[in-house]
Design a protein around this ligand. Structure first.
Ligand SMILES: [Fe+2]
Length: 137
C-alpha cells in the first residue's frame, strides 16, 4: 500500500472514530424517552423477546380500527388496556380489560378523514409494561 492510500485509510478510520460517539449521542437525543419507558418494535428494551406478544396490531375494517394484542389473558398476567391516539395526542378510544377477558381486542370508530394519517396504538401488559405501535389508517 502506498503512503497516500495509508493516509486515506487512516484518515477514514480516525474520522469514523470521531463521528461514532456523536452519531450515537445524536441517536439517543432523538429518542423521545429513554429505553424501557416505552417499548416499540425498534426499541423493545429489556423485553426484546416479548415484542411479538405485546405489540398491538391494528386492522381497519368497516370504519373501525380493531386493535389486537396476541397475548394470553390469565388471572395473573394479562393486557390491561388499549388506546388509539392521533398524532397530536388526542385519544380516539380506550378500553380497559380485566383478567377474565378472553382476548385483548378493542374496536374504535375511525375518525372521518383519517385515511393516510398517523396514529398510535398502545397496549399495556401488567408484567411487561407499555408498548406502542405507529399505524397509518
Ligand atoms: Fe406480558
Amino acid at each position: 500500500m502506498n503512503s497516500r492510500r495509508k493516509f486515506m485509510a487512516m484518515s477514514a478510520a480516525a474520522t469514523a472514530a470521531i463521528l461514532m460517539p456523536v452519531t450515537n449521542a445524536a441517536a439517543k437525543k432523538s429518542r423521545r424517552y429513554p429505553s424501557n419507558v416505552v417499548h416499540t418494535r425498534k426499541d423493545p428494551g429489556v423485553w426484546n423477546k416479548k415484542a411479538g406478544s405485546h405489540l398491538p396490531q391494528v386492522e381497519v375494517k368497516n370504519g373501525k380500527a380493531i386493535i389486537r394484542t396476541l397475548h394470553p389473558m390469565t388471572e395473573k398476567h394479562y393486557i390491561v388496556r388499549h388506546t388509539l391516539v392521533d398524532e397530536y395526542g388526542n385519544i380516539i378510544g380506550a378500553k380497559t380489560f380485566s383478567n377474565t377477558d378472553e382476548k385483548a381486542v378493542s374496536r374504535f370508530k375511525v375518525p372521518a378523514n383519517s385515511k393516510g394519517k398517523k396514529y398510535f396504538a398502545t397496549s399495556y401488559c401488567n408484567k411487561h409494561d407499555f408498548w406502542v405501535a405507529p399505524v397509518t389508517l
